[in-house]
Design a protein around this ligand. Structure first.
Ligand SMILES: [Zn+2]
Length: 321
């Protein structure tokens, strides 16, 4: 049996049998790791409470035949407590860990940048100093940049001509110049694009100086951009796996399977996410699945649409305030 240690954030938790849980962590050195935590649902468990979603923990594992097994847990940052106590922060955090889970698709593929983004975002949410919806949008924009989907916010997404440009098209990848503009583009206010750029680059004073209306439109565009790319990736995946050499992912993403469809409706973000969110974190021993959003999945596979639901839900929570 071989042991290893790593620091990670708990993305989600599933029941396993009577007393065990499968913990999905995004770790600093080993990327996404799924491991069994034995006996953690018993009241006598030494580390059950430390392995709740949003926990930032230092973990010792031993390498099992199928899944690794958690043998020690120390808390690095107890983010869960303040986050779970604030509904808006909680919905933002749930969207963050679910997005991170989706983006870190391959287990044990290093994703240090993504790990640091998740820790930074959860730290900001737990600290309570910033608007949770801005924290979430900053995370999503940077996480999309990590995934190679950074929206074009100054230059034209197609020809690269320098802006400012008025038309924004999610399918095209961001702003479009007058020559490249296609039907179905939206025209966000210049302040919306400025706040998106500020969040992407960490200019908090500019981002926090924005109005509620601007923040709502930012959230709508960010959610639409993320949803488009996540769903695209999932739809493309079987195709890419079958024909990986002849048709690289970029080619698969280049064609538009539904022109005129899927246009973002900025600001209109109603969804039934509340019921999903309410079934999330619960530290009660008999409280069933503590998956922070999304469907329990024995295979760990991504479930189409769940991230989009959480992102929409973030918009809903934000507007309710
Ligand atoms: Zn252009």
């Amino acid at each position: 049996m071989s042991l290893y240690r790593d620091t990670g954030v708990v993305l989600r938790v599933h029941k396993l049998g009577e007393a065990d849980r499968i913990i999905t962590l995004l770790t600093r050195r080993n990327g996404k790791v799924r491991a069994v935590a034995k006996g953690v649902r018993r009241t006598t468990s030494r580390f059950g409470a430390r392995l709740e979603p949003f926990g930032h923990v230092d973990v010792q594992f031993y390498t099992g035949r199928t899944l690794d097994v958690v043998t020690q847990v120390q808390t690095v940052d107890a983010f869960a407590l303040p986050i779970v106590g604030d509904y808006q922060a909680y919905t933002a955090a749930a969207a963050i860990v679910e997005t991170a889970d989706r983006l870190a698709a391959e287990e044990e593929e290093p994703a240090l940048k993504l790990y640091l983004l998740v820790v930074g975002a959860l730290r900001a949410l737990a600290g309570g100093q910033r608007d949770p919806s801005l924290v979430l949008d900053a995370f999503l924009l940077r996480a999309m940049a990590f995934a190679g989907w950074e929206p074009a916010l100054t230059e034209c997404a197609r020809c690269g001509e320098r802006g400012p440009h008025a038309a924004f098209n999610v399918q095209a990848g961001g702003l479009l110049c007058p020559r490249c503009r296609i039907p179905g583009s939206v025209h966000p206010a210049p302040e919306v694009l400025a706040v998106m750029a500020a969040l992407l680059h960490g200019d908090w004073p500019l981002a926090e100086d924005s109005s509620h209306t601007v923040r709502r439109d930012v959230s709508g565009l960010v959610a639409a951009h993320l949803q488009w790319h996540l769903e695209r990736r999932l739809r493309s995946l079987p195709f890419v796996e079958r024909r990986a050499r002849e048709a690289p992912l970029t080619a698969a993403l280049g064609s538009d399977p539904h022109p005129d469809g899927g246009e973002p409706d900025i600001g209109d973000v109603d969804s039934d996410v509340d019921s999903d969110v309410d079934s999330g974190v619960d530290s009660g021993e008999d409280a069933g699945d503590t998956d922070a959003g999304g469907e329990p999945s024995a295979t760990g596979g991504a479930t189409p649409g769940t991230a989009a639901t959480s992102v929409d839900g973030h918009g809903t929570g934000q507007c309710a305030r």
